[in-house]
Ligand binder design. Sequence first.
Ligand SMILES: [Zn+2]
Length: 243
Amino acid sequence: MEGIGQKTEADYIFDKTIKCDVCGKEFKTKQVRTGRARFIGTDDILKPMYEGIDTCKYDIILCPHCGYAASQRNYGHLTAKQRKAIRENVEPRFKAKENDTDTYSYERAVRRCKMAMLTEMVTGGKISESAYLCLKLAWIYRGEIEEAQNTGETDERIQMYHKYENEYLEDAYNGFKQAVATEYPPIAGMDEMTINYLLTSIAVNLGRNDEAKQFGSAILTSRMANAKIKDKTRTVLEAIKNN
Ligand SMILES: [Zn+2]
C-alpha cells in the first residue's frame, strides 16, 4: 500500500539518452537519480542498498539496436577491435526487443546483466570484470528473492532463485580468486583489502569455512586494513562460529 507522498520506484529513476559506442545509434536507458535515493549501506557481499529502490537492476546499459551492454563504470571504454568484435558476434544474434515499462523487473535486469557478460566474453575482458558481473547477478537474485517473499511467491520459485544466487556467487568466487593471482589492484574497481573481504564473505556464503578464515585473517592481521573493514570481516566470520 502506498501512502500519500510516498515515493514509488519510478520516482527514483529517469530516462537517459545515450549514443551507442558501437553502432552509433541513440537509445534511452533507465538510470537512478543519485541525489534522490538514500544510501543505506552494503550487505555482507557488498550489495549496495538504497531506500525505496534496488539500484542493482539499473546498472547495466544495453543498446537495444546492437546488443552492446556494459556496466555504467565500463560503458564506452572500448577499443576499435572490441567494437568490431561486438558488431560481428553480438549484433547479428541479438534480437531482444524490450517493452517500454516504467521500471525494470528483476527478470529484465538478469537479461541485461547476461548481455553484459556476452559483451565481456566477445571482447576478451579481464577475468575480474566477468567475476564482477557474476557478483552483480547474485545481487540481483538476492533482490528477486526479497521481492518474491514479499509478494508471496511459491517456495519452489524462491528456492530456484537461491540456487541461481549460489551458482553466480560460486562463479564470482572462482573468478575473483583467479583475478587476485593474475591482476594488480584495483581489481574491478576494488582495492586489495576490499577484494580480500569479498572473498572472505563469499566463502562464508558458500560454506567454505577454511578458505574464509584464510582470506579473513589476511585482513585482520594487515596494517593496511582500516577498522571498518576489519569489523565487517569479524562480523562475517562470526557466522561460521554460530553454525
Ligand atoms: Zn548499439
